[in-house]
Design a protein around this ligand. Structure first.
Ligand code: S3P
Length: 171
């Protein structure tokens, strides 16, 4: 049993995977992503899971994937944007070095609005994003040890800001 060095949370498109890879490289540890774990275990894309089996089923798979990753992974871990909706997951995150990568709505639409691989934003992305974030912002803040704004920052700058905020040093 090992605890992750960093857990990244935040909305889709906030750069969790890109920044997570950079952080793992800087710290000399492995990167893991619960979305990728689910895709590998299921042998199909997340958008297909949503369409074929519905969001509730995806959330069940996600809850289990997060629980396993938190128990097994000692490196940098990125969670899917909606993972914090689950109360049990939020409890598991208590006390861990969780960084919330935040981003404003215009940046979000620019980054993911037209990406149909993100099923939750497929229709009317700006409004959907606002509604999603109104519901989720308090939950991201609840689990976060630190909040790092990503707007107008490169992935390298965001990674550095995460290290600084969590008071971690390179390997
Ligand atoms: C989701 C975010 C996605 C993925 C799924 C649902 C969400 O992950 O888990 O499409 O509810 O915000 P990313 O945040 O990695 O894109």
């Amino acid at each position: 049993m090992s605890a992750p060095l960093i857990v990244l949370v935040g909305p889709m498109g906030s750069g969790k995977s890109t920044v997570g890879e950079l952080l793992a490289g800087r710290l000399g540890v492995a990167f893991r992503d619960t979305d990728a774990d689910i895709v590998a275990a299921e042998g199909r894309e997340i958008s297909d899971i949503f369409v074929e089996d519905g969001e509730d089923h995806f959330r069940d798979l996600e809850r289990a994937a997060v629980r396993s990753a938190l128990a097994e992974h000692g490196g940098v871990l990125a969670l899917g944007g909606g993972a914090i909706l689950d109360e049990g997951t939020r409890e598991l995150l208590t006390g861990l070095p969780v960084a919330y990568l935040s981003m404003d709505v215009e940046e979000a639409v620019k980054r993911v609005g037209l990406n149909t691989a993100r099923p939750l934003l497929a229709v009317n992305p700006r409004r959907q994003w606002r509604e999603l974030m109104d519901a989720r912002r308090p939950l991201y803040n609840e689990v976060a040890r630190v909040v790092v704004a990503t707007d107008d920052r490169t992935p390298e700058e965001v990674a550095q800001a995460v290290l600084d905020a969590l008071e971690l040093k390179d390997a």
